[in-house]
Design a protein around this ligand. Structure first.
Ligand SMILES: *Cc1c(COP(=O)(O)O)cnc(C)c1O
Length: 451
């Protein structure tokens, strides 16, 4: 641990933020954001607006015929990459017994774990950014105009064009998968810099698709840095910057309006008297941040977004709580950033996301790895849905909202207590459908052993 963190010693930091004591001990915590603003007309960011999300939606629509053509699994949805929203009553009962805590309101699972093409939430942001790069090049080279049928991009001629460009990214696994699979299909040279915690099967799968995988002994931060440097050195090279990319962010944000349509189809109200609570696993912050931006744009003050992090990687929590954002890392507070939740194994948060949403994130809670496994096996037994460990982090949210004093305070101050019987809780399941069966049964057995 460093003696001084941004000019203050640890005791000074603890005096200022007493919760740090528990965070540093890697105990589970539930933090609510004192800066949170609940307002119908709040403008989240002057740089990004509703218009920018609409622009991203339109881009995805332009690409939809192409996606349907090259990924037949998206044929049914006409090339739109979207996931089901599933009511999980059995899991809700299971949780009440397991944790002796009732969740008031109805409980849903947003199954981004089953998004086509790459089986994780990264199929939103990662794929979107690759498509944006491809479109920019194709338009510049006068291969297409926006009103064209984009299936032409599947031609050998276009692939040859894209093969002159490389896309570089640093990843703990899932972002590399999304960008690698999409980039390789378009014809790009893709180089993925993988941190040590990335799973072997993800590296193998990417290599099989013709992606170059560079492995590191160190964590995510180092892999990203190496990628950034390589991309700067090479010509015709695009670096996808997980920590700062507005395009990734907008790709995720499209989820807001899509979810709104799904809720409408299910005749689920979200308004003054029917609050919506969403629980999002957080790594560097791009995915939960972009989705929060989309949700806030769609539902304003009626949606409450909470982030979930492993107790050993509370990056966004430290960044938001101290106000230091990307100037601070878990490691500087003596926290080791070692977790089985590989999608969340991030020590330093995105400064862009933290600063953009510092008044919009309702709170952040942390969860131990062993709980992730326990939840994994319970969800599998009760609902038959299999997720990767990271993707279960959100489940602690609705439980702690009612059991923790800070959670209850949030509901009281927000005048929400009496409305909770009408509330909808959505746990965002961020990955899992592509995990090899053998590995999944290993996860499952780990969870069973914890019973
Ligand atoms: C990447 C990832 C997240 C979090 O996304 P960030 O953009 O890193 O915050 C959550 N769950 C899974 C499974 C992921 O792969």
């Amino acid at each position: 641990m460093k003696k001084h963190i941004m000019g203050k010693n640890l005791d000074e930091w603890k005096n200022r933020h007493p919760l740090l004591e528990e965070i540093i001990k890697t105990q589970e915590v539930f933090w609510t954001n004192p800066q949170y603003v609940s307002s119908s007309d709040r403008i989240i960011t002057p740089n990004l607006r509703k218009m920018d999300i609409q622009d991203a939606e339109k881009r995805l629509l332009r690409f939809a015929p192409y996606i349907a053509k090259v990924f037949p699994q998206t044929w049914e949805t006409k090339g739109i990459i979207e996931s089901p929203l599933v009511k999980i009553d059995k899991m809700k009962k299971e949780l009440a017994v397991l944790y002796d805590q009732e969740i008031i309101g109805s409980l849903y699972l947003k199954c981004d774990s089953h998004l086509p093409i790459s089986g994780s939430v990264k199929a939103r942001g990662g794929i979107y950014e690759v498509l944006k790069i491809a479109e920019d090049i194709a338009i510049e080279k006068k291969i297409i105009v926006e009103s064209d049928d984009y299936t032409i991009l599947a031609s050998e001629k276009c692939k040859k064009l894209f093969s002159r460009y490389s896309i570089v990214v640093g990843s703990t696994g899932n972002l590399g998968l999304s960008i690698g699979i999409m980039g390789a299909v378009l014809g790009f040279k893709v180089i993925v810099h993988m941190s040590s915690d990335a799973k072997q099967w993800k590296k193998d799968l990417l290599r099989k698709k013709g992606v170059t995988v560079v492995e590191y002994d160190s964590d995510y931060g180092k892999a990203v840095e190496a990628g950034r440097i390589q991309a700067q050195r090479e010509e015709n090279s695009y670096f996808i910057d997980d920590e700062n990319s507005q395009n990734l962010f907008l790709g995720y944000a499209v989820a807001g309006k899509r979810l709104k349509q799904q809720l409408e189809q299910l005749q689920i109200l979200v308004d003054q008297d029917h609050p919506l609570f969403v629980y999002l696993p957080c790594g560097v912050g791009g995915a939960p941040g972009g989705i929060t931006f989309g949700l806030k744009t769609a539902f304003h003050e009626h949606v409450h977004c909470f982030f979930a992090e492993p107790t050993h990687s509370p990056a966004m929590l430290l960044g938001l709580m101290t106000g230091l954002h990307d100037k601070v890392s878990a490691q500087e507070f003596g926290i080791d950033n070692r977790t089985d939740a590989d999608g969340l194994a991030v020590g330093r948060p995105s400064g862009f996301v933290g600063k953009t949403l510092e008044k919009d994130i309702s709170g952040i809670f942390t969860i131990q790895d062993q709980e992730l496994y326990r939840l994994l096996s319970r969800l599998a037994d009760s609902e038959g849905i299999y997720l990767e460990p990271s993707a279960l982090a959100g489940f602690a949210g609705p439980l702690r909202l009612f059991s923790e004093s800070r959670g209850k305070q949030y509901l009281e101050y927000g005048d929400l207590m009496s409305k909770m019987k009408n509330a909808t809780h959505i746990v965002w399941a961020t990955g899992g459908s592509m995990v090899p069966e053998e590995m999944m049964s290993h996860f499952y057995n780990k969870g069973k052993a914890k019973e």
